[in-house]
Design a protein around this ligand. Structure first.
Ligand SMILES: CC(C)(COP(=O)(O)OP(=O)(O)OC[C@H]1O[C@@H](n2cnc3c(N)ncnc32)[C@H](O[C@H]2O[C@H](COP(=O)(O)OP(=O)(O)OP(=O)(O)O)[C@@H](O)[C@H]2O)[C@@H]1O)[C@@H](O)C(=O)NCCC(=O)NCCS
Ligand SMILES: Nc1ncnc2[nH]cnc12
Length: 317
């Protein structure tokens, strides 16, 4: 594929069926545009990296188990990805044929990765996030009348299961090698199963923790710990193998059992887990991406409530 530049991300969608674009634009009462969806994705990515203290991960305190990442680099990367997410949302609003949509967002996702590397000087900040949130923002745009987390994740899962004729047969990435070595589903499996760690794990824990009166920070940390407690995170497997993954999962479960981030004992366990991950030099980047996905879907529920559909059945496209 020829090299593309940001403006091309938009023009790739220029040949989309005009009727569909108009029909979606008529839904202005929603106030939910492609730009608004992409802004919500970027906000979720910034919320994720800013959340502190996260075990092993980049946060406001520092670089976690990374030498080349920082909070400001992650924010630069998230902001640079806004046009890519907006182009994916435009594609979701406009392309009726699901196979064509899958291939279009595949190209936009690969182009988004290239933009990420341009913005970060070649450092991998958000590859997994482009994948997960790219699918979710597209799926959200596909049906603005059904923006519940479960509906959006289900549409994203269906897209992830479709073939993309232009995807390289092999990525050569560490996650791919870890999937083969350890026989786990990784980022692809998570998406194809419609994001179970977001829908059945993170969002219920976020709601439970908020209801229990935890602060928003503690509720988000607990949602992250809940993901870590059972995810086969290929970032952890690639750097530290099965033993490191067991340490992470056990430590996250133990922290939640001790009351989670909202309790003094839980906070002590969280600190101990952070120290263990730093000693092992492992970083649960996959869990961080899925927390960002949960925070995006949580924001979407807010957008939906702010702008309820006024003419839900008047569309006939
Ligand atoms: C399908 C793709 C995701 C490609 O996947 P692939 O198999 O090639 O593997 P990776 O790219 O290595 O892994 C995918 C990233 O997904 C995150 N992740 C890991 N485990 C899971 C999981 N169980 N569930 C969900 N997500 C998971 C993770 O991303 C985060 O970590 C990255 C930092 O990783 P790290 O290893 O620390 O850093 P590196 O620099 O790579 O190594 P070090 O030297 O420092 O150790 C960071 O990016 C986080 O986001 C995994 O890295 C997908 O990319 C693809 O096919 N794309 C094509 C385009 C497309 O079709 N798009 C569709 C619409 S967007
Ligand atoms: N906060 C974070 N730290 C390290 N890797 C990440 N990948 C996505 N978010 C991350």
């Amino acid at each position: 594929m020829p090299k593309l530049y940001p403006a091309d991300l938009f023009s790739m969608c220029a040949d989309l069926p005009a009727k569909r674009v108009c029909a979606r634009d008529l839904r202005a009462p929603h106030g939910v545009s492609a730009a608004r969806l992409a802004e919500s994705v970027v906000a979720a990515l910034i919320d994720e990296v800013t959340l502190s203290p996260k075990p092993g991960l980049v946060d406001l305190r520092g670089s976690g188990a990374h030498r080349d990442l920082s909070w400001s680099l992650m924010c630069t990367s998230a902001t640079a990805l806004q046009p890519a997410f907006e182009a994916m949302a435009r594609a979701g609003l406009s392309i009726l044929d699901d196979r064509r949509l899958r291939e279009t967002i595949g190209a936009l996702g690969r182009e988004g990765e290239a933009r990420m590397f341009d913005a970060t000087g070649g450092i991998n900040t958000h590859r997994g996030a482009i994948w997960a949130l790219g699918l979710l923002v597209t799926a959200a745009a596909q049906d603005l009348d059904r923006l519940s987390a479960a509906d959006v994740a289900s549409r994203a899962g269906a897209l992830a299961r479709l073939p993309d004729r232009h995807a390289p047969a092999t990525t050569g990435n560490k996650g791919e090698a870890a999937r083969r070595t350890y026989q786990v589903g990784g980022a692809c499996g998570q998406a194809q199963a419609a994001f179970p760690h977001v829908i059945d794990v993170a969002l219920p824990e976020l709601a439970r923790s908020r209801c229990a009166g935890d602060t928003e920070t503690a509720a988000r940390l607990n949602a992250l710990l809940a993901i870590m407690a059972s995810l086969d995170d290929t970032c952890v497997l690639a750097r530290g193998g099965r033993d490191a993954l067991r340490t992470l999962q056990h430590g996250a479960r133990d922290t939640l059992e001790r009351g989670g981030a909202g309790s003094p004992e839980g906070r002590r366990a969280l600190k101990a887990l952070d120290r263990r991950l730093l000693d092992l030099h492992v970083s649960p980047g996959g869990a961080a991406d899925l927390l960002a996905a949960a925070l995006f879907l949580d924001r979407l529920a807010g957008l939906d409530a702010e702008h309820p559909a006024e003419h839900p059945s008047s569309e006939n496209d």
